[in-house]
Design a protein around this ligand. Structure first.
Ligand code: SF4
Length: 478
């Protein structure tokens, strides 16, 4: 990362990842498996096209009415007994969560999987403020134990194999014995986590879909930890990005069916939780208080750009990562971002700004695989090209954060020189002659050309110029 601009160095991190054979093998194996499972769920192209058209139309309709739906959602949630909080930034969202916990004297929090809480760096924030925040999704639990961040939005610990997890458990969990038996490893985590669910004073989760019509928060999960986190502790805090709202309850099934099939190749997830109210009088379980924190963090800005707005359709299925030829070779950590892969390449620069993240839209071969696989038809490659332009030469009035942040003074100078040479016949001839005469004297491997020539053949200079040939043919020089 550049100390001056805060820009991350994708080249360096991806090159490092490529040199790690075990990481590449782990990803290859995992991604091949996920692609096969997903493909088996969509055997009929006509059905797939119809389903994604429907899912895309649901998300498009929700975004078209976003401000109105958010107001309806708030009103319905409040009427149902939830407390709704709005956060413009992740700092505000963190402060809201901490204030709720402090109000109740809570120092132990159990967490279901939530990418928005990753965006907030909530665990670090809470730990710095004296709150134990424990991840309870198995993958998240594993990487938290190892002090890492997720490498995939659906399968956060996909970069690890069972041997690495066995070693980690052996080192970090009291009484855990080394075993590579996956069931035994899962049982060990379960033993630790089960106790924590009962000790925690609060639970936190993400939200997959928030239904404006009924004020229902929908949570998709496979391990039951989401249900335990939201129902066992007396307080439940849900955090969501403001784009997660949908208009009607009937909008959920079309999204759910493409989400689970695209994400893990399952026809439906093991658990689907619908949370509408805190525990009512006479009810035997459920939290006594439910809070909903709705986070903006740049989403309103994305929403205000009619072309980039489609980024907010995303339902975080992760399929674009599984199919991306770049992601599958370098894994998620090389992006140094909460959201890696194709969705991260369009979302992260828009949230964090192009000054810091101008390299990410270039981390793609534009092969189109992500766009073809996206169940809500986000034109990812088109947005990547748009962001590349925004980084180099933004249009007047651009709404993208730090537009133009990828410009390099050296590159500007080079293009200005190129333009001058190609618009002045005299300069063009002088440049051609100079290149012909002095080019061969240039030392091989000029640092400026190193990166370019590493994977390309340096063109050979012609012995005679085009002008010479034209003159020889007797064609008058223009
Ligand atoms: S961009 Fe599309 S494919 Fe990628 S995570 Fe979002 S919904 Fe899934």
């Amino acid at each position: 990362m550049s100390a001056e601009t805060g820009a991350t160095d994708f080249h360096a991190s991806s090159s490092k990842a490529l040199l790690d054979p075990s990481l590449r093998a782990n990803f290859r194996r995992a991604m091949d498996g996920l692609m096969a499972k997903r493909a088996a769920q969509f055997p009929d192209p006509a059905e797939w096209n119809a389903l994604r058209d429907l899912a895309a139309s649901v998300r498009t309709r929700a975004l078209a009415k976003l401000p109105e739906l958010l107001e309806t959602l708030e009103a319905k949630c409040v009427a149902n007994g939830l407390k709704v909080h709005w956060a413009a930034t992740t700092d505000e969202a963190n402060a809201i969560v901490l204030a709720i916990l402090r109000d109740h004297g809570a120092t132990r929090l159990v967490k279901g999987k939530s990418m928005v809480s990753e965006e907030m760096h909530l665990n670090d924030f809470l730990s710095a403020n004296g709150v134990e925040s424990l991840e309870t999704d198995l993958g998240e639990y594993i990487i938290q134990l190892d002090g890492e961040t997720p490498s995939h939005i659906i399968m956060p610990a996909i970069h690890k194999n069972k041997q690495q997890i066995a070693r980690l458990f052996g080192q970090k969990i009291r009484d855990a014995v080394y075993t590579e038996d996956v069931d035994a490893l899962t049982a060990t985590a379960r033993r630790v986590l089960r106790q924590k669910f009962f000790e925690a004073e609060a639970g936190l989760s993400g939200v997959n879909f928030a239904v404006a019509e009924t004020g229902t928060l929908c949570l998709v999960e496979n391990e039951g930890n989401g249900r335990m986190s939201t129902h066992v502790p007396p307080i439940h805090i849900a955090v969501m990005g403001l784009e997660k709202v949908v208009e009607r309850l009937e909008d959920v099934p079309p999204l759910l069916t493409v989400l689970t099939r695209s994400a893990t190749g399952q026809p439906i997830s093991t658990y689907f939780n619908m949370i509408t109210a805190p525990r009512g009088p006479g009810e035997k379980d459920g939290p006594r208080e439910v809070h909903l924190v709705i986070l903006d963090n740049g989403r309103s800005r994305i929403f205000s750009d009619s072309e980039l707005q489609v980024t907010l359709r995303c339902i975080r299925c992760g399929a674009c990562m599984n199919y991306c030829p770049v992601y599958t070779r370098i894994g998620g950590h090389a992006y140094e971002a909460i959201y890696p892969g194709p969705i991260g390449m369009i979302l992260t620069p828009q949230i964090e700004g192009l000054k810091r993240r101008h390299e990410l839209p270039h981390a793609s071969s534009l092969c189109h695989a992500c766009t073809e696989i996206c169940p809500v038809e986000i034109p990812i490659t088109r947005l990547l090209v748009r962001l590349r332009k925004e980084a180099a030469q933004p249009p007047a009035g651009s709404k993208v954060l730090d537009a133009g942040g990828g410009r390099s003074r050296l590159e500007d100078l080079a293009w200005a020189g190129w333009q001058a040479a190609h618009t002045s016949p005299l300069l063009y001839r002088v440049m051609g002659t100079a290149l012909r005469l002095f080019g061969p004297l240039a030392p091989r491997g000029l640092p400026l050309l190193n990166a370019w020539t590493k994977s390309r053949t340096v063109p050979k200079r012609a012995k005679r110029t085009l002008q010479d040939l034209v003159r020889e043919k007797g064609i008058p020089d223009a």
